[in-house]
Design a protein around this ligand. Structure first.
Ligand code: C2E
Ligand code: CA
Ligand code: CA
Length: 743
């Protein structure tokens, strides 16, 4: 392939001799006499029109000028030779004029344009002489049709030659196909020549009306000039309005683009906020169905799953599942003594162990505090659930290392097998819960629910209801158990022990209803009532009895009541209303009640002590106790649990414990009360150990008021058990039973 530059050069090289030949032909045909004022006028007009009266039609690349018409006119009036020169001059000057206006146009192009002009006129002149012999012949005929043909031929020849040459040049320059370039410019070229032909014919006809007259030509050209200028103004206006329309269109397009952008932005924003909404929706959903601390499903989620399982089991009897209810042992104590953050970490660790043992299809949930639930599905046999519970209990009782310290806990597990007969999912969980309580009561790792447990649970529920009315109906009765000064075997005071005279059941022991009253909160009004009647009772007895020291009264205080903010006020009110000397009142608190939250307990105990009452630690030795705290508690007495006392004689270890407790109490300047003294042997031993007070069936069972009043009348009744010698003789084991006092 030839390079673009090279092809253009070849093109010019081919055209140059042809153009020169055409010019030579023209120059040879022109004689000086042919150049008259008409020719010069026409030449000036042609140049003027081509330079200044040129208009570009809007939207299309067409320049209209009447100079082409004047060229054709020149051919009609003066023949090909003069016209050829006129065309070359006109084209060259027009090109130079364009150059002057600042449009860059190469000299090569200027030369080529003049070649095109020369060649097109030359070919047109040759075609005319070939077909019509000469222009004059046609004109003399004065026939319009012939004239039209003549002009059409001229214009046609010029058009063809010019357009073909321009197309060749453009196709070389732009490296596009000739046909494409030619057909693209066809329209504009035809317009130019058709206009030219019409203008030429019109002027020629106008000139033939009169003799050729230069003024007439000027007038005609002037007329055309005015018409042309008007036309140009019209075209200019048209172009302006087209430009305006284009501008408006552009602005509209820009506006539309802007709108599209905005819309896209808005849609993206909408999508983003949709995503955020979806995300927060999911977060809410997650929070609603999960436990914050462990991330495990919560009770809601668990119940939803259980409900669907129950529904599925109704539709398909093959489906079987079990619900496990777990409760951690001594979690509250760990939480209170080691701090909540450690408690939280323990829960997290437990959750991890649970998750690691439970299969993927099964579910572990945390209900609250230390309570968890598990659903086991697709059980092959019931043993599978119990084997799992066993594994679980063992794994959970392994030590946990938290903050470098070892913490122990264990789980009590209740199991309920799901079946389609359960009316509600809640019932399955309730049964697992009941079974869990059985596991707790019976110190089992796990217990499987059976219907009998349900009956007991219902009974408990009934008791709970009855208990609510017991206070109003005054169904509680206080029994009093004497507390004896061991040194002198004389009555020192009483412990008030509550009994419930149930209208249907008869006497209900406190161990059965105190836990219920604690869980329902009834314990508080109940205790206030007990305190009131015990204190006013003992005030009466103090007045009656002739004891060396005023009789004391011990009242049990529940751990649930101990933390209650109104407690101190309640104590003060009781003291004020009953007139008891506060020193006579001893409040018994179990070891675990104070130890569960030792720091708070110390503050609370101080306030209680400010009222003047005494405080005892009940069941001492059974709880999870920290001896390090003991000296910080503002207390007065320790009550050694009866389990140590009762086992004193058989078990030397228990004897040791009692001995140690007494020694400890002495060191802390506390008095000791031994509970559950049932034999004279125990009595003697405790005396030797220096235990100040005792209480137990040896002296008396808890008795109703009337019996105590009889007892008060006889204050010497225990004197006979005192040893006769200063150093008591240890009784033989065989003596113990008959030495026991009958009630
Ligand atoms: P506790 O405070 O340790 O009361 C002593 C329990 O031991 C009493 O049982 C009493 O009857 C029993 N007991 C006394 N001497 C002997 C003995 O020699 N041998 C045997 N085997 N038992 C003896 P009770 O009255 O059934 O009370 C049981 C528990 O109920 C009490 O234990 C106390 O924790 C609670 N309780 C009783 N009354 C009240 C009360 O008014 N308020 C509170 N919060 N709890 C009470
Ligand atoms: Ca007690
Ligand atoms: Ca006790």
């Amino acid at each position: 392939m030839l390079s673009k530059e090279k092809s253009i050069n070849i093109f010019i090289a081919v055209l140059t001799p042809l153009a020169i030949a055409a010019v030579v032909w023209a120059l040879r045909g022109i004689s000086a006499d042919k150049i008259d004022s008409g020719v010069i006028t026409l030449a000036v007009l042609t140049v003027f029109c081509s330079c200044y009266l040129r208009v570009q039609l809007p939207r299309v690349n067409i320049h209209l000028t009447i100079s082409d018409g004047l060229i054709i006119l020149s051919m009609l009036l003066y023949g090909g030779e003069i016209t050829l020169m006129l065309a070359v001059i006109e084209t060259t000057l027009a090109s130079l004029n364009i150059l002057r206006q600042g449009v860059s146009i190469k000299p090569k192009t200027i030369v080529l344009n003049s070649y095109f002009a020369a060649l097109s006129v030359f070919v047109a002149a040759q075609v005319v002489s070939l077909i019509f012999v000469s222009v004059e012949v046609v004109r003399e005929r004065n026939n319009l049709t012939a004239d039209i043909w003549l002009v059409a031929l001229m214009a046609g020849a010029m058009f063809l030659v010019n357009s073909i040459l321009v197309a060749i040049f453009s196709s070389l320059k732009k490296e596009r196909s000739f046909w494409k370039v030619w057909s693209d410019n066809l329209g504009s070229a035809i317009m130019i020549y058709v206009t030219g032909a019409v203008v030429a014919l019109a002027i020629e006809k106008a000139l033939t009306i009169e003799n050729i007259n230069i003024y007439l030509i000027a007038a005609v050209v002037g007329f055309f000039g005015i018409v042309y200028l008007t036309f140009r103004k019209f075209i200019d206006d048209l172009r302006k309005s087209v430009d305006k329309a284009k501008q408006a269109e552009r602005e509209r397009a820009e506006q539309a683009e802007k709108h599209v952008d905005e819309l896209q932005h808005y849609v993206a924003e909408l999508e983003r906020s949709g995503e955020a909404l979806q995300e927060s929706h999911e977060k809410f959903r997650h929070a609603a169905y999960h436990d914050g601390l462990t991330g495990l499903p919560n009770r809601n989620y668990f119940m939803d799953t259980l409900k669907s399982l129950l529904q599925a089991s109704r539709e398909n009897s093959e489906i079987n599942f079990a619900v496990l209810f777990l409760d951690l042992k001594s979690f509250k104590t760990i939480n209170d003594s080691l701090g909540h953050s450690l408690g939280d970490r323990l829960i997290k660790n437990v959750a991890k162990r649970l998750a690691s043992l439970v299969r993927e299809d099964d579910m572990t949930a945390r209900f609250s505090g230390d309570k968890f639930g598990i659903i086991l599905t697709d059980l092959l046999s019931r043993d599978e659930a119990t084997a799992f519970a066993d594994r679980l209990a063992k794994r959970l009782s392994e030590p946990y290392t938290l903050d470098g310290r070892q913490v122990f806990t264990s789980a009590k597990i209740g199991i309920a097998y799901g079946n389609s007969k359960y009316p509600e999912a809640e019932d399955i969980l309730r049964d697992a819960d009941i079974a869990m309580y059985y596991a707790k009561d019976n110190e089992e790792n796990y217990v499987i629910f059976d219907q009998k447990m349900h009956i007991r649970a219902v009974t408990r529920l009934q008791l709970e209801t009855d208990l609510r009315f017991a206070i109003e109906r005054n169904e509680f009765e206080l029994f009093y158990q004497p507390i004896v000064s061991l040194d002198t075997a004389s009555l020192s005071g009483f412990e008030a022990l509550v009994r419930w005279n149930h209208p249907q059941r008869g006497l209900v022991p406190p161990n059965e209803f105190i836990p219920i009253s604690e869980s329902t909160g009834l314990i508080i009004p109940m205790t206030v009532q007990i305190l009131h009647s015990a204190c006013s009772q003992v005030v009466k007895w103090q007045a009656k009895a002739k004891t060396a020291e005023p009789l004391s009264i011990a009242v049990n205080l529940s751990g649930k009541h101990f933390g209650h903010p109104a407690l101190v006020e309640q104590i003060k009110t009781v003291i004020a209303e009953t007139g008891i000397n506060p020193e006579s009142l001893k409040l018994e608190l179990t070891e675990s009640a104070v130890m569960d939250n030792a720091e708070t307990a110390i503050l609370m105990l101080k306030q209680i002590k400010e009222t003047g009452v005494r405080v005892s630690i009940d069941d001492f030795g059974t709880g999870y106790s920290s001896l390090s705290y003991l000296h910080r508690f503002p207390i007065d007495l320790l009550k050694v649990d009866r389990s140590f006392v009762s086992a004193m004689e058989e078990n030397t270890e228990n004897g040791e414990i009692v001995r140690t407790v007494i020694a400890l109490a002495k060191a802390l300047k506390l008095k000791v009360v031994a509970e559950g003294i049932e034999s004279i042997h125990q009595f003697h031993q405790l005396r030797i150990l220096g235990c100040e007070y005792g209480q137990g069936y040896l002296f008396s069972k808890p008795l109703p008021v009337a019996d105590i009043e009889r007892l008060l009348a006889d204050n010497t009744r225990w004197q006979n058990i005192l040893p006769t010698t200063a150093m008591p003789v240890m009784p033989q084991r065989s003596d113990i039973s008959h030495l026991r006092l009958a009630q």
